[in-house]
Write a protein that binds this ligand. Sequence first.
Ligand code: LLP
Length: 445
Amino acid sequence: TLADSPAIRRLADWDATRLESLVGDYGSPLYALDLERVRENYRRLASAFPDAEIMYAVKANALDEVLETLHEEGAGLECASAGEVKRALAAIESSDRSDGSGADVHYTAVNPPARDLDWVVDAWEDHPELTITVGAEDTIDRLEERGYDGRLCLRVNPGIDAGHHEKVKTGAAAKFGVPIERAVDVLTNAADRGFDVVGVHAHVGSGVSSDQLDDHRAFVARMGELATDVDEALEGDLEFVDVGGGFGVPYRESEAPLDLEAVAEATREALGDVDARLTIEPGRYFVADAGVLLTEVNTIKEARDTLAVGVDAGMTTLLRPAMYDAYHPIRNLTADREADSSDETRNSADTGRETVPQTIAGPICESGDVFCSDRELPASRRTDVLAIGNAGAYGYEMANQYNSRPRPASVVIDGDDVRLARRRETVDDVTRPETSATDPTTADA
Ligand code: LLP
C-alpha cells in the first residue's frame, strides 16, 4: 500500500531521463513536484497518527495543486498569512472533498499586519468555521475591535525548542506565543469576552530529528498538562491540542528517516489522558522529498582548488543553502543518462566521467550564492542538467527577485501526466509594481 512506501525518496531514485527532459520542455531553472509522492507521504504520516487531525502547513509549498491534493487526502490547511488563507479557501472550494465551510482552515497569526486581520475577519463572515490562532494578547484585542468572536486558539511559548538550525527554532523565541504560564488566564479571559475558545497550540521548531525525541517528549508532556488545566478552566470546552509541525526529513544520503512510530508513541503517552483531539500541522514532511529543482550548467572554470560550476538557479531560486547552510543532494542527470545508455551499448569506458570536487554556484552577486563546495560529483560540462534534491519544501516558497531575477516555473508530475502548475516569471513581472504604481494603499492582503 502507499502507506508502506519507503520513508524517504532519495535523489538517486528519480528517473534521470524523465527529469532531464522536463528542462527541454519547460526550460531552466524548473521546480518539479511529484504529487503521488506527496500522497504517499501523507498516508504514511496519517497511518502513524490515526486519531489525529492533520493540518498541512501551507508555507512549506503553497502551490494550489499541493493544497488540493492534500485536502483531498484528508488534511486541513494551516495558514500563516491572509494570502495563504485566500489560497486555502480557493483550494478547498475546488477540492473533491469540498464543503466550502472553512472548517478545515486555521490561520496562525504571528504579529499580524492590520490588512491580514481585516481580510481574514472578512473571510470569516462567509466561513464562520475557520479558526484563528493568536500568539499575543494584543492580537485578541485587535480581533475584538474588528467584531470577531469566532473560534480562537492560543499559541503558547513552551520554552522548549528543537529543529535543524537556530533560525528555525521557535519554541522558546520571544516572538512566538504567550508564555505557557499565562495561558489559562489569557484563555479564560478570552472566553469571558465571548470568543469561542477551542484550542491550544505550540510549535517547537522545524526539521526536528529522531535524536531530538527527548525534547519532543518534554514538550508534549508540557502541552498535556496545559491542555488538562485549560479544559478544566473552560469546563470541558477544549476541542484540540495542536503540537505543531516540525517532522524532519533526511537531506544527506547517510541520514535515516524520522522514527515516526516513536514520535507518535511519545505523543500518545503524553496526551493520553487529555480530553481533547490531537492536532498536528507538518509542512516539510509531505513535500520535501517530492520536489526537485532542475538547473542547467552554463559555466565551467578551473578555480584555485576546485572545479567552479555555474548554474542558472541561485540563492534567489533556492535560499536554504545560503540561509541555513542547508545540505541538498545534487545529481548530474545528463551524466547519469549518458552512463545508462552507454551501459546498454557496453561502452561505459567511453562516456563515463571522472568524479571531481566541484563548487556549484548561481548567478547572484554574492559569495553565499553556492549550493555546495568541493562536492565530489561526475565532472560537469556546459549544458548538463543538474537536479537538486529535497527541494519540495521551502524551495519556491522562499524564492525571490533579488538582482531583478524572475522566479522559475513549476511543474507537477502526476503519474504519467506532467502539468505546468506555475509559469516562469518575466522581467516585466518583476517591474510591474513600478510601472503600475498608482494606488498608494492597495487594499488586498
Ligand atoms: N506550524 C507552524 C506554526 C510553523 O511555524 C511551521 C513552520 C510549521 C507548522 C511547519 O513546520 P514543518 O513541519 O514544515 O517543519 N524555511 C525553513 C523552515 C521554516 C519553518 C517555519 N515554520 C527551512 O527551509 O528549513
